[in-house]
Design a protein around this ligand. Structure first.
Ligand SMILES: NC(=O)c1ccc[n+]([C@@H]2O[C@H](COP(=O)([O-])OP(=O)(O)OC[C@H]3O[C@@H](n4cnc5c(N)ncnc54)[C@H](OP(=O)(O)O)[C@@H]3O)[C@@H](O)[C@H]2O)c1
Length: 322
């Protein structure tokens, strides 16, 4: 099969299309022919070596397609079923082996492109507004990079929960897009100090929760944008890793809560995974969740897709097509 393989950590040029052995499913696994592949920021970390594994690797963590072959002991899924999955390594390829426990069935009203676009970023937005912080009507959240892949879904889900949403983004075009997604107020944080603006918008009170995905460049000011006993949810680090933190700061800024969640811990239970994916697919089919596929590249052009993502250009999702 054709696949992108990384032999050495590096820039986008490290992503080269080549012939690779077709993987065989073991017990409890299936082989899926991919129809759409999701591109995520974590793929950049695997390419650069910020997150290390033994090389060579086929990058990618997300996809949707058709089940080709069942390994031993697999039930509940058949050859020909359309499925989607996240947190499964090796998806920048024509075929991938997936643990059957990670599969979500894709209903007829949802395309493979839509399914591949929401499994990782959509389930992330889902757990962030339900379980990391139980966001409610009457509360205010601050969503950084609100026009991004996770961001534009998080804005919509926070609105579904009835919260007020203040978002940040770097360009006027992104501000317009996140506003269309439902953000109540947007701050162009490359032009305006988002901390000052957030405090002004909340009459000096601060927000209940900050969804912090930018990391190094915004983290300390995000902490100060919270009300006392607010939640700082550090779920990403697109600008770089946050340096170590003195816990006393959480006291000084108002008995704050800090968490660093990861999707894997919120879909480890199969029922939880199915419930999150099921909600997303129901909302898409019903027209309640709008998934913007910003760019689609051929698998061979994965490097271009990474340049676009790292260049802060994303407004929604990037997909690769095999
Ligand atoms: N913990 C989890 O479970 C989980 C799951 C999914 C994703 N994540 C994390 O969430 C973050 C967002 O992921 P995503 O795939 O949806 O990406 P994305 O938001 O579509 O892209 C990253 C965005 O971050 C902003 N940004 C600010 N400073 C940046 C910089 N120096 N370089 C690049 N971007 C910068 C940009 O938006 P502006 O131009 O508007 O500033 C950019 O578009 C990533 O850090 C990712 O690792 C975490």
């Amino acid at each position: 099969m054709q696949a992108i393989r990384i032999h050495e950590y590096g820039g986008a040029e490290a992503l080269q299309l080549e012939e690779a052995p077709t993987p065989e499913p073991g017990a409890g696994q299936v082989r899926v022919r991919l129809e759409a592949i999701g591109v995520n920021f974590i793929d950049v970390y695997h390419r650069t070596g910020a997150y290390q594994s033994e090389l060579p690797i086929i990058p990618g963590r997300e996809g949707a397609g058709v089940v080709q072959t069942l390994g031993a002991g697999v039930d509940g899924v058949r050859e020909g079923d359309r499925v989607a999955f996240a947190m499964t390594p090796g998806t920048y390829a024509e075929e991938v082996v997936v643990d059957a426990a990670m599969l979500a069935p894709v209903p007829d009203g949802v395309s493979s492109a839509q399914a591949a676009a929401v499994m990782l970023q959509g389930m992330t937005a889902h757990y962030l507004v339900t379980d990391t912080f139980d966001l409610r009507e009457g509360q205010t959240c601050l969503v950084h990079a609100a026009a991004g892949g996770v961001g534009h879904l998080l804005v919509q889900m926070a609105k579904m929960r009835g919260a007020r949403v203040i978002g940040t983004a770097s360009t006027a075009e992104k501000i317009a897009f996140a506003t269309e997604a439902g953000a109540d107020e947007m701050i162009q944080y490359t032009e305006v100090d988002f901390l000052e603006e957030t405090m002004r918008l909340t009459d000096g009170q601060g927000v209940d929760v900050v969804y912090e995905s930018v990391g190094k460049d915004t983290f300390m000011r995000s902490m100060r944008a919270l009300r006392p006993r607010g939640y700082l949810v550090l779920y990403g680090q697109s600008s770089g890793a946050v340096e170590s933190l003195d816990p006393q700061l959480l006291n000084r800024h108002g008995s704050l809560f800090l968490t660093r969640p990861s999707l894997g811990h919120y879909i480890a239970d199969r029922q939880e995974l199915l419930a999150r994916a099921g909600d997303l697919f129901d909302w898409i089919a019903a027209g309640r969740l709008s998934v913007r596929i910003d760019k689609t590249y051929h698998l061979a052009d994965a490097g271009e897709a990474h340049r676009y993502l790292e260049g802060r250009k994303t407004k929604g999702k990037i997909l690769l097509l095999p």
